[in-house]
Design a protein around this ligand. Structure first.
Ligand SMILES: Cc1ncc(COP(=O)(O)O)c(C=O)c1O
Length: 386
């Protein structure tokens, strides 16, 4: 369900132009980033001797206006460390949206490794959840119950289609959590996209959260890495536990150098990813199709959910057909400037949605190729349904 890769069967791959919208995780390092990696000054980071890692950590802490930061290999490890530190008391629980990455796609590491109970609350379509419901979920001091230590939010919200959590909602959430002595962790894998969309600094978004992590290897185009950010005490403990999880890395400044480059080069350009996502969304909406549509009014960032309206075209079918190149398309002139057929990769999410994700390497030409291919395939299905 999570990713969907199909190979066109009728064509040699060399004849095919592939445009890949499955995820921003497939983004590739830029030339400037590759140079920064090559030239990085490095040392043994487990000994605390890698100056480039230190620079990324201190710069991240400063940007987010928190005390300290820690470079970790993945977003999954960053979230797990947050759970382990905030819920260190045995018998703790964390409340999390039922569509959160932490709940759905991190293998239940909270239970498996951290010994933390995840208590879910239904996510609303905008990535938030009902704060009255949250209030009712906090446990009291009854000896029968676990202790609610943490509330976890995701921003932007991946499964909800790149939704940006409203600042007002975050402010109200902080008040409730404070009242109930619970900490807040933000899975900010794409928090820079949220900041871009709201036109505020990331520090405003995370003002009242106790910890946040952001991913370098999604829309920021780095090969590896996430940064976990919080107070000095929080990071000190996360640093200790990172070693236990096998996340103590040595000359990792090569990767931190990519991260520093991303902050300079990619973050200021995220707006173009959002613009291109909107162009694709508008083109789908303009098809006025009974088969597929998009919620243009609630498109916030670089993740577009394509809704399949008619059970005669399933997300998996659309995904497969877009990736294939049929001889008739070539005859009909659906080719790129080198006369190659166009394979568009997207991912099927569930029974009703497919997902398109835009990232820095996606060009205007590729957006246009995708728009043409989607229009062609939808027209083909409409025709066959008649
Ligand atoms: C919202 C969110 N959080 C966390 C992760 C996990 O990141 P990683 O793949 O680096 O473990 C992802 C990955 O796609 C994600 O989308």
């Amino acid at each position: 369900m999570y990713s969907n890769y199909t190979t066109p069967v009728e064509f040699d791959m060399r004849d095919v132009r592939i445009v890949d919208f499955r995820s921003d995780t497939v983004s590739l390092p830029t030339a400037r980033m590759r140079k920064a990696i090559y030239e990085a000054t490095v040392g043994d980071d487990v000994y605390g001797e890698d100056p480039t890692v230190k620079e990324l950590e201190s710069r991240s802490a400063k940007m987010f206006e928190k005390e300290a930061a820690l470079f970790v290999p993945t977003g999954t490890m960053a979230n797990l460390l947050a759970l382990m530190v905030h819920c260190s008391r045995r018998g703790s629980e964390a409340i999390v949206g039922d569509k959160a990455h932490v709940f759905l796609y991190e293998q239940g590491g909270a239970a498996q490794i951290a010994g933390v109970l995840l208590n879910t609350i239904p996510n609303l379509p905008d990535g938030t959840f009902c704060l009255d419901q949250l209030q009712n979920k906090f446990r009291g001091l009854d000896v029968h119950e676990p202790q609610t230590s943490l509330v976890l939010v995701e921003n932007t919200h991946n499964m909800c289609g790149g939704k940006v959590l409203p600042l007002k909602w975050l402010d109200a959430l902080a008040e409730i959590c404070k009242k109930n002595s619970a900490k807040i962790h933000m899975d900010g894998a794409r928090v820079f996209n949220a900041a871009e969309s709201l036109n505020v600094p990331v520090s405003r978004i995370v003002r009242d959260v106790d910890s946040v992590c952001y991913c370098l290897s999604k829309g920021l185009a780095c090969p590896v890495g996430s940064v976990l950010i919080g107070s000095n005490d929080f990071i000190k403990e996360a640093h200790r536990l990172r070693k236990a999880l096998g996340g103590g890395m040595r000359q990792v400044g090569f990767l931190a150098a990519a991260g520093l480059c991303a902050l300079d080069e990619i973050v200021p350009k995220l707006k173009y990813d959002h613009i291109r996502t909107r162009q694709i969304a508008e083109s789908i909406r303009n098809l006025n199709s009974s088969l597929i549509t998009v919620d243009l009014e609630n498109l916030h960032s670089n993740i577009l959910l394509v809704e399949l309206l008619n059970k005669k075209l399933r997300p998996s079918e659309l995904t497969q057909r877009l990736a294939e190149v049929h001889p008739k398309e070539i005859e009909d002139g659906l080719v790129d400037s080198s006369k190659r057929g166009i394979s568009v990769k997207i991912s099927a999410r569930d029974w009703a949605y497919a997902r398109i994700v835009v990232y820095t390497n996606v060009t205007d030409e590729e957006v246009n190729l995708a728009i043409r291919k989607i229009a062609y395939v939808v027209e083909e299905y409409q025709h066959n349904l008649k």
